[in-house]
Design a protein around this ligand. Structure first.
Ligand SMILES: C[S@@+](CC[C@H](N)C(=O)[O-])C[C@H]1O[C@@H](n2cnc3c(N)ncnc32)[C@H](O)[C@@H]1O
Length: 312
């Protein structure tokens, strides 16, 4: 299936595109948001797109070959500062993050993200490098495995699942998605509504393999440095772990009373912060959810860079 872009109009509107501005789509995917950004960008504008996934990068390069405003970076977005410096870009007017996986990644059995198919356990967004889920799962210590399943999957049966994985692999390597899903189904007897017993563990392993949360934690301070005054940060998260990082980051940098490290006392006694939260968090409409079930857990947050201490 094709990827259906989530909160397309809302996210691009929130970027508040200036025709000659410089924008970053940190998660190109199949370029749904990028296309819309380009529609609003003038001929002097620039759009830098990032993705870890070689397939996404192929699509991005096709787009760039017909549009000189597009610059393509095959990298995790945690390298934002380094990559923009390499491109000689000093300031940007907006950045969009649409976290998680694209539909083609989930639908292609060989990528090993989904227990809907029986395929080798891979789960790398960038399958041109790094360690696969299979490699990790067959050598990780039980304690670390349990922690990952608990923290990244919020799975209450984390100990049981970790124990079962470790005892299974004493006899045989875990090789496929189905093998792992079946093994988890044997130990988790309680059914969560509408959810396969392996959902949480699969999420946890995927987050671990791709260092998904570390990528977000690493990039956010750099976003703050590189956003021009009035520049926008727009993020779409699909689970509470991602959303919590963004929410706390925006809060921390927009509330001087709580976080005095960033406070600047003006001559007139006013305090300034580096970010201003824009509007309330936005969720997809019922209509969007009906058309695209994957959008149901999305939550979008927007913040604007204000003139803060770093500009002095
Ligand atoms: C939900 S899709 C984005 C869809 C896109 N907005 C569209 O409309 O087509 C997420 C994409 O981000 C990529 N991705 C996720 N985390 C990333 C990271 N840390 N660095 C770079 N790319 C990442 C994934 O490989 C995937 O292609």
């Amino acid at each position: 299936m094709e990827h259906i872009t989530v909160l397309l109009n809302e996210a691009v509107k929130a970027l508040d595109i200036k025709p000659n501005g410089v924008y970053v789509d940190a998660t190109f995917g199949r370029g749904g948001h990028s296309q819309k950004i380009l529609e609003q960008l003038g001929q002097e504008g620039v759009l830098v797109v990032f993705d870890k996934d070689p397939e996404a990068i192929k699509k991005a390069e096709q787009l760039a070959s017909g549009d000189k405003r597009v610059l393509v970076v095959h990298s995790g977005f945690k390298n934002l500062a380094y990559e923009l410096e390499r491109l000689n870009i000093k300031k940007i007017n907006g950045i969009l993050f649409d976290f998680g996986l694209s539909t083609p990644q989930l639908d292609e059995a060989q990528r090993g993200f989904s227990f809907r198919f029986d395929a080798p356990l891979d789960m790398r967004m960038d399958n041109s490098q790094g360690i696969t889920a299979r490699e990790w799962l067959n050598q990780v210590e039980e304690k670390e495995l349990a922690e990952v399943i608990k923290n990244y999957g919020e799975e209450r049966f984390y100990k049981k699942v970790a124990r079962e994985i470790v005892s299974y692999r004493e006899n045989k390597e875990i090789e496929t998605t189905k093998e792992l899903a079946d093994l988890i189904s044997r130990v988790i007897k309680v059914k969560e509504r509408g959810q396969h017993p392996a959902t949480r563990t699969f999420q946890a392993i995927r987050i671990k393999i791709n260092q998904e949360l570390e990528e977000i934690e690493t990039v956010l301070p750099d976003v703050l440095n590189i956003l021009d005054n009035g520049g926008r940060l727009v993020s779409i998260a699909f689970h509470s772990l991602e959303d919590r990082i963004i929410k706390q980051f925006i809060k921390r940098n927009s509330s001087p009373e709580q976080y005095p490290k960033w406070v600047m006392i003006q001559d007139d006694g006013r305090q300034e912060t580096l970010l201003k939260s824009i509007g309330k968090p936005i969720k997809p409409s019922d209509e969007e959810i009906n058309n695209n079930n994957r959008s149901r857990s999305a939550i979008m947050r927007v913040a604007e860079r204000t003139k803060g201490v770093l500009d002095d």
